[in-house]
Design a protein around this ligand. Structure first.
Ligand code: MRU
Length: 341
C-alpha cells in the first residue's frame, strides 16, 4: 500500500503527487514553509492527507524555532498556523488538524515539552488516520456484494489519506473480505486525480479499474453498468450538505436519475458542525489548469475561465454517509447530530 506521507524525525517525506502516474518520487519538507508550499501545489492533496501534513508542518515550525522566550515561540507558531491554514480553504480537515494541535499545547509553558507534545500528537494523528480508514472500510464493505461495479470520482484513496483511503478504503476492505469489486474511475478534469492517482493506486494493488472521461458518466449509468457510486468528502455540514471535488454534484444527480445508491465516505474529522452552506469558501484555482493539458494549450490564451475546485451536493441526493463510527442515513441533520455526540 502506498504511504502518502512519512515522518522522519526532523523532516516530512511526501509522495510527489504532481509527478504521478509517470514517476513515483518524493519531496522532503524540512520546514513549515515547504509544507505549506507542498499543500498549495498539490504535491499532497485530499482532505485527510492535508490535515495530517498540516500537523507535521506545525511540528516542523516548533522544532525549528530557536527561541527560549515563550511569547515569541507562540508568535512563531501562530504565524505558521496562519500560513498553513490559508493554503487551501475548502477541506475542513486542515483547520481541524491545526486546531487539534494548538488545543493540545496552548496551556503548556515549557518549550521543549511543547515541541515533544506537538510531534507526538502529529504522529498519533497519522496513526489514527490509518486505523480510522480501516474502520470506515469495514463499515462500508458490507454494502457491496461480490462482483459489484462501483463508480468513483477524484481520488479518495491511499493517496488522499496517510494510507488505505476512505472511498477506496471501502473498496479495499470489500476486496480483503473476499469480494471481487470492479471500479470505474472518472478522469476528474482539470487536475485529473482520477486518471493520474486513482487509476495508478488501484492498478498498483491489482484492483480492477477502468477509466472513463467525465463526460461518459451519464451514458455508463444509463447502460446499467454501475451498482453504486462512492466518493470522499472535503467537508460535511451538520445539515448533510457535502463539499467534494468539482463534478461530484453532477454525479449525484445522475445517480439519483438512474436509481443508483450514492455513498459519501469520510472520517468524523471531515464534519463541520458550525457552518452553513453559504459560509463555505469554494477554492477557485488557476486558469492554467483549464486552458492547458500538461504543456499543451487546449483553449485560446485570452479566454475567460471559471475553475472551482469543489462543489456542494445537497443531502437529498445522498443515500448513506459512511464513517468510522457507523453508517448514517437520512435525515442527516438528526443522524449527524447523534453521531457527533
Ligand atoms: O483537490 P484535491 O485533490 O485535494 O481534492 C480531493 C477531493 O476532493 C477528495 O475527494 C476529498 O478530499 C476526499 S479524500 C479522502
Amino acid at each position: 500500500m502506498l504511504l502518502t506521507l512519512e515522518w522522519k524525525n526532523n523532516y516530512l517525506l511526501l509522495i510527489d503527487q504532481t509527478k504521478l502516474p509517470t514517476k513515483l518520487s518524493y519531496v522532503k519538507c524540512k520546514n513549515y514553509l515547504e509544507v505549506a508550499d507542498a499543500i498549495k501545489k498539490l504535491v499532497v492533496r485530499g482532505a485527510p492527507a492535508i490535515g495530517v501534513t498540516a500537523a507535521f508542518g506545525l511540528a516542523l515550525a516548533a522544532l525549528n524555532s530557536k527561541t527560549d522566550n515563550l511569547k515569541i515561540f507562540f508568535e512563531e507558531l501562530n504565524d505558521a498556523y496562519e500560513i498553513i491554514r490559508s493554503t487551501r480553504p475548502t477541506a475542513v480537515n486542515l483547520q481541524w488538524a491545526l486546531n487539534r494541535i494548538m488545543q493540545k499545547i496552548n496551556h503548556l509553558t515549557n518549550i521543549p515539552l511543547i515541541k515533544k507534545v506537538i510531534v507526538e500528537e502529529a504522529i498519533l494523528m497519522a496513526e489514527e488516520d490509518i486505523s480510522t480508514n480501516k474502520s470506515i472500510g469495514i463499515n462500508g464493505a458490507k454494502l457491496f456484494s461480490d462482483g459489484d461495479t462501483i463508480m468513483t470520482h477524484c481520488n479518495a484513496g491511499s493517496l488522499a489519506t496517510v494510507a488505505y483511503g476512505t472511498a477506496l478504503g471501502v473498496v479495499r476492505a470489500a476486496k480483503e473480505s473476499g469480494k471481487k469489486i470492479n471500479v470505474i474511475a472518472t478522469e476528474t478534469r482539470p487536475v485529473m486525480q482520477g486518471s493520474r492517482l486513482t487509476a495508478f493506486e488501484l492498478q498498483h494493488e491489482n484492483i480492477n479499474v477502468c477509466l472513463i472521461p467525465d463526460t461518459a458518466v451519464g451514458h455508463i449509468m444509463a447502460k446499467g453498468m454501475i451498482k453504486h457510486v462512492v466518493v470522499g468528502a472535503d467537508r460535511i455540514l451538520h445539515t448533510g450538505h457535502v463539499f467534494n471535488k468539482i463534478g461530484t454534484y453532477q454525479l449525484a444527480i445522475l445517480a439519483k436519475t438512474h436509481n443508483i445508491p450514492f455513498y459519501v465516505v469520510a472520517p468524523s474529522s471531515t464534519f463541520d458542525l458550525k457552518n452553513h452552506p453559504n459560509d463555505i469558501v469554494i477554492e477557485e484555482r488557476s486558469k492554467e489548469e483549464v486552458i492547458k493539458i500538461g504543456k499543451k494549450a487546449v483553449a485560446p490564451k485570452n479566454i475567460d475561465v471559471i475553475n472551482p475546485a469543489f462543489d456542494m451536493t445537497p443531502p437529498e441526493l445522498i443515500t448513506k454517509i459512511i464513517t468510522e463510527k457507523g453508517i448514517l442515513s437520512p435525515p442527516y441533520n438528526r443522524s449527524i447530530k447523534k453521531l457527533m455526540k
